[in-house]
Write a protein that binds this ligand. Structure first.
Ligand code: DON
Length: 319
């Protein structure tokens, strides 16, 4: 049996149902042991694998949570959504479509073959080459200024000041030779104009921003609400850019398994190897789940299952 997601028009009926659905999802999937923590970034291998949190924030600012909701973890690739938002807001959509593009690669997120096939183009801002290039497009006179802008937009989406996870940053910076090579290659193809080392470093930092599931759900809800944070009641990006961000999430949010995800849920979403997944139901709510064990594509197993289940229960698939 499914329930009505229009909680804002029927608040008393909606509240219990949403909370109950999160509780049910948590109970259903907390025993799932499939997958494993990311270990190519040593600090991520140490995060307790049993952590599991789910949060849902509606476009009228109601917050529902279940499980490990305060626990902070590295945002990783989910940051690509918000740095893309910054570039769209600052430079417009052609800045992206004329450079890294907005097409799925069908390859893993750190594929070098994908760069070679199209000379750094016809990819998207969510695979590492496109993401490092997107970070390089944030304007600023030095690395600090660019970094501060990136943290600020993440914080505005989340509705509170977010901070760097120093341990994850150091761990990833010491082991990101592949991303450094990708940055250089994107410079060779003239998609990154200058200083690929700086772009890769700032990209590594943005991936190490600490969030909890509630932060991520608020970030997703801001996208569901046309770029206006429903909790803090502040505009973060223009509504016209939200559709561009959601389009890339729909085609590339879960990498080479995005098709399977869209088939099951119909929702624009984004994963990170820290174990977070966000999904957006435009005009209704944002949802996030966190649990460290990942599938082969690098997406949290429990987070995907929980969001799929909740989407189904709340009749939230727009198709
Ligand atoms: O660049 C990396 O490999 C990580 N900082 C982020 C990768 C990631 O989260 C892919 N996601 N599912």
């Amino acid at each position: 049996s499914s329930v009505n997601v229009f909680a804002r028009t029927t608040p008393s009926a909606g509240v219990g149902d949403i909370k109950g659905t999160l509780t049910e999802a948590h109970k259903k999937f907390k025993g799932l042991k499939e997958g494993k923590n990311a270990d190519y970034i040593p600090a991520l291998a140490k995060v307790p694998s049993e952590l599991f949190g789910i949060a849902l924030v509606t476009v009228d600012g109601k917050v529902y949570t279940e499980g490990d909701i305060e626990k902070l973890f590295a945002i990783e690739s989910i940051s690509k959504v918000f740095t893309l938002s910054q570039v769209l807001q600052e430079s417009g959509e052609k800045q992206i479509t004329d450079t890294v593009g907005v097409d799925a690669t069908g390859d893993v997120f750190n594929s070098i073959v994908a760069v070679e096939k199209n000379k750094g183009k016809e990819m998207n801002p969510f695979v590492n080459p496109g993401a490092i290039a997107t970070t390089s497009m944030v304007k600023g006179k030095n690395a600090d200024e660019i970094w501060n802008k990136i943290v600020s937009i993440h914080s505005a989406f989340a509705g509170r000041p977010l901070e760097l996870n120093e341990e994850v940053y150091k761990s990833e910076a010491a082991t990101n030779q592949r991303n450094q090579a990708i940055g250089k290659l994107m410079e060779a193809y003239e998609i990154i104009k200058t200083n690929p080392e700086q772009a890769t470093d700032i990209y590594t930092k943005q991936c190490s921003i600490n969030v909890n599931a509630k932060d991520l759900a608020t970030m997703a809800a801001t996208l569901a609400n046309g770029g206006f944070n429903p909790v803090t009641k502040t505009k973060v990006i223009d509504q016209k850019h939200v559709k561009s961000v959601l389009a890339v999430m729909s085609t590339a949010g879960l990498y080479d398994t995005t098709g399977q995800w869209l088939f099951k849920t119909g929702l624009p979403a984004k994963s990170g190897v820290g174990g977070g997944v966000i999904a957006v139901v435009p005009g209704k709510f944002g949802i996030a789940a966190f649990s460290p064990r990942l599938d082969e594509a690098g997406n949290s197993v429990r987070a995907q299952r929980a969001i799929e289940f909740i989407t189904e229960k709340l009749n939230a698939n727009p198709y």
